[in-house]
Each structure stands twice: as structure tokens, then as C-alpha cells.
Ligand binder design. Structure first.
Ligand code: GTP
Ligand code: MG
Length: 444
């Protein structure tokens, strides 16, 4: 029998109301002790009750809802108390709950119990945490979609397809004479469908990763090109130091902005040149590291140099846009000399900034946003890769060697078992579950 857990589910500290949750078999006993009432309240209705500590002192008059198992979040008997907020009342109530045998819940333990009692699968349980941790609306929307079971709904057909291939093959291993020859085209079609589904999910998960982890946009160029001025202008505030001296920015400066629901981190860097100054050289090293780590680059070159034909011949490996900066210093008649690939901008006076921002947003959207992105945890992604691997082995054997049907079946069984793990539809080792729930808040 499970024990009874309790926790403060709202943020501790000053607030109008605090929510304290209790879940487990001792809920009826605890309710009677706390309220000194004989009967349990009607489930799922809100009741105003007086709560007493173990010595009979009033703790608070509070609203309370009783959820009778299995119709609760955890699937167990549950109580929720809505007390006055602040530090003291929730603390006394929790201590009283401990006195009556409940213990402090571990992080995510309510959700873990919901999973264990079959209220949700693991993908959904993980989504609960993602919803709480969402920092952008897009993160929230994607997590909500997982919670609703959309991802589960897309992945379950893969299980079905694996099962169908297994049925075809195993029937032949056992009773070839009775069921007739194998329909190879059909099996190949199933293999192709599985592959297509998993490859598509993996691709969409890459976009999901951008939604969660964000995109790093690095601003690079030679010294004094106007990088920091452009950086400040994008952010709309004087974040980086700007001076007329070459080599002003030494260390990495960064700031986050949201574009199409993606957290975009803009990174201002030290200008690149040969420098004898050790501090500046370290800054330039950091610029190179930031470039390696970035997803997108803004290359800044001053327009006067471009007009003179001094073009920076640098081409990063990541997608980028090119900016001809300080365009106000180039007379209109000379601008024809600037190649088309450059966006002409005067960050200092605002000229061309609207077009630049528009182009920047479009590029971010083009490279990093897709509306059908899905959020996969690294655990889930690793499972999908494992399933793909087993499926590939099975398919290769199936194509090359008809004698190896038992081995094909073995890899398909492995794929099936792995795929079940994504939902937690099988006995999960305690360590795996603990590692999933350890990052949750207490009380969730
Ligand atoms: N006229 C004009 N001057 C600009 C513009 N943008 C920057 N500057 C000036 O150019 C100088 C260098 O600007 P920064 O933004 O510090 O250039 P940076 O590329 O960050 O320089 P480092 O950090 O030293 O590599 C400053 O004096 C700016 O005021 C512009 O659009 N027009
Ligand atoms: Mg700078």
C-alpha cells in the first residue's frame, strides 16, 4: 500500500491563497482529524471548513475539495485545501499533516502517482513539467499538445505497424504451409511507413528543440564595424558599450528576445583583427567560440570599406545575413557599389533598420520555425533513435536474407519494446522514473 503524501502546491511566501494537496490512503482519516467532522464531504464540491491542529487550536477557515479515488489527479483519494497565504498557515497545516502520518511529497510525486495509476503516459507526465516551466507561449502550446496526447497519438500507430510485420513474419516461421507465402510488398510498405513516421517526428523534434532551447544569433565582424550599435538597436536599449575606438567590445554580451515564439539570444562579440593586446586576443578567441556554438550569424561590415572594395571574405558554416553598416556615411550615388546580398543599415540613425529587422525575423522563421514542431525530451529522442536503429536492422535483414526470419523478428521485438518505453507502457526501472520526475516542482 502506498503512503500518503502532502505538499504546498503554490509558491511559498506572501500570497493571497495557498494550495495544499494531500494524496493517498490516509486522506479520510486525515480529513476527520483536521476538521473534527465525522463524515467526508461530498467529492468534487468546495466546502468551507475549520481546520484544527493536533491540540485543537484553529489553524484557519479554508476551502477544501475532496476527490474520491479514482477520480482525482493521482487516481488516489485526494484533498486540496485553499488556505490563507503567507508563511505561517501553510507551515502549521503541513506540520499537522505530518503529525497525522502524511509525509512531504517528493518533486513531481503527485504526477508520478498519476502515471503509475494509469492516468497518463510518460510523455504526458513530462509535458506537465514543461507546461510549468514554459517561458514562451509557443513552449506552452507545444507542451499542452503533448499533454493532450497528440504526440502519443502519432507514435502509437508505429507500435501497430511493428505488430503487423511481426504477425506476418511469425506466422510464416511457425506455419508457412497453412498461411501461404509472405506478401513481401506489404511488409516493405509497413517498414517504409514506420520509417517515414519516425524520420518526420525526428525532424519536427529538431524545431521543437529551438522552441525550448532557443536560437543563438551571433553578431560578428571586424573591429569598429558597428556591431555593438546594431546589437543595441535590435534590443532597443544601450546594452553594449559603444565608443569610436576599435576593440571596444572585449567580452561576449548577450540578451534574449522572442521571435515567432522562439527565444532568440543575440550575442555581441569582440571585433576580429590581429591584436597584440592579450585581453583583446582573448575576446577574439571567445568570438570564434561563440561562432562555433551559434545557429545563425549576422555579419557586419562597414559600408565605406565595402564601397572601397575591401570586402570581408568570411563565410560561416551556419546560415547568415550580411549587413553593410554605417550606410549614412556613404552618399546615395555610391551605394550602387554595394553588392545586393548586403542589407544597408545605419544602426546609429535608424535608416534601413525596419527592413533589417523584417529580414532578420523572416530568416529566423525560415530556418528555425515550423508550425508542426514537437517537443521531445532527450529520453524520448534516444528511444526513437533506438527504435529506428532496430527497425533498420530488421529491414536490412528482411531484404537481404529470407533465411533469417527469426533474426528479423528479434529486432522487431526489440523495436517494439523500446517504443513501449516512450509511453512507459511497461515496467520502468525506478531510476528511470526518478530521473524523469526529479526536476519537477514539489506539489506537482
Ligand atoms: N555614422 C555612423 N556611425 C556609426 C554607426 N554605427 C556605429 N557607428 C560608430 O562607429 C563606432 C564603433 O561602433 P561600435 O558599435 O562600437 O562598433 P563595434 O563593431 O562594436 O566595435 P568593436 O567592439 O570595437 O569591435 C562608434 O563611434 C559608433 O558610434 C552608424 O550607423 N553610422
Ligand atoms: Mg563592440
Amino acid at each position: 500500500m502506498k503512503d500518503t503524501i502532502c505538499a504546498l502546491s503554490t509558491v511559498p511566501g506572501r500570497g493571497a491563497i495557498a494550495v495544499i494537496r494531500v494524496s493517498g490512503p490516509d486522506v479520510p482519516f486525515i480529513y476527520r482529524k483536521l476538521t473534527r467532522l465525522d463524515n467526508l464531504p461530498e467529492p468534487r464540491y468546495s466546502h468551507l471548513v475549520t481546520l484544527f491542529d493536533k491540540d485543537g487550536n484553529v489553524i484557519d477557515r479554508a476551502l477544501c475539495v475532496y476527490f474520491k479515488a479514482p477520480y482525482s489527479y493521482t487516481g488516489e483519494d485526494m484533498l486540496e485545501f485553499y488556505t490563507h497565504g503567507g508563511f505561517i498557515i501553510p507551515d502549521i497545516l503541513l506540520r499537522t499533516l505530518y503529525f497525522y502520518g502524511a509525509r512531504q511529497a517528493e518533486p513531481g510525486e503527485f504526477t508520478k502517482r498519476a502515471f503509475l495509476s494509469g492516468k497518463m503516459d510518460l510523455i504526458q507526465a513530462e509535458a506537465v513539467n514543461d507546461i510549468i516551466n514554459a517561458r514562451t507561449e509557443e513552449q506552452f502550446k507545444k507542451a499542452l499538445s503533448n499533454l493532450k496526447g497528440n504526440l502519443t497519438g502519432e507514435l502509437e500507430p508505429v507500435l501497430e505497424l511493428i505488430k503487423r510485420i511481426l504477425m506476418e513474419i511469425e506466422a510464416r516461421i511457425e506455419f508457412e504451409e497453412d498461411v501461404g507465402p509472405l506478401d513481401r510488398d506489404k511488409v516493405n510498405r509497413y517498414f517504409a511507413e514506420i520509417r517515414e513516421e519516425l524520420v518526420s517526428i525526428k525532424k519536427r523534434a529538431q524545431s521543437g528543440r529551438y522552441i525550448i532551447e532557443g536560437v543563438k544569433v551571433v553578431i560578428v565582424g571586424k573591429v569598429n564595424a558597428g556591431k555593438s550599435t546594431l546589437f543595441n538597436s535590435i534590443l532597443g536599449k544601450e546594452r553594449s558599450i559603444v565608443t569610436p575606438y576599435a576593440g571596444t567590445t572585449r567580452d561576449i554580451v548577450h540578451e534574449e528576445v522572442e521571435i515567432h515564439g522562439i527565444p532568440v539570444r543575440f550575442i555581441d562579440t569582440a571585433g576580429i583583427r590581429d591584436s597584440a593586446d592579450p585581453v583583446e586576443r582573448m575576446g577574439i578567441e571567445r568570438t570564434k567560440e561563440a561562432l562555433k556554438d551559434a545557429d545563425f550569424a549576422i555579419l557586419v561590415e562597414d559600408a565605406v570599406s565595402i564601397v572601397k572594395g575591401e570586402i570581408w571574405k568570411f563565410k560561416p558554416e551556419i546560415p547568415f545575413i550580411k549587413v553593410a553598416s554605417k550606410i549614412d556615411l556613404v552618399p546615395a550615388s555610391q551605394r550602387i557599389k554595394i553588392p545586393e546580398e548586403y542589407l544597408m543599415v545605419s544602426a546609429k540613425y535608424g535608416e534601413g533598420m525596419d527592413d533589417f529587422i523584417k529580414k532578420l525575423e523572416e530568416s529566423i522563421k525560415e530556418h528555425f520555425y515550423r508550425s508542426d514542431a514537437v517537443i521531445l525530451k532527450s529520453r524520448e529522442l534516444a528511444i526513437i533513435e533506438g527504435v529506428m536503429d532496430e527497425i533498420e536492422k530488421a529491414r536490412a535483414l528482411f531484404e537481404s536474407n529470407i533465411e533469417e526470419m527469426e533474426l528479423v523478428s528479434y529486432h522487431l521485438n526489440q523495436a517494439y519494446r523500446k517504443q513501449m518505453e516512450i509511453f512507459g507502457y511497461m515496467d520502468m526501472p525506478e531510476e528511470v522514473l526518478n530521473s524523469i520526475f526529479k526536476d519537477f516542482c514539489i506539489g506537482k
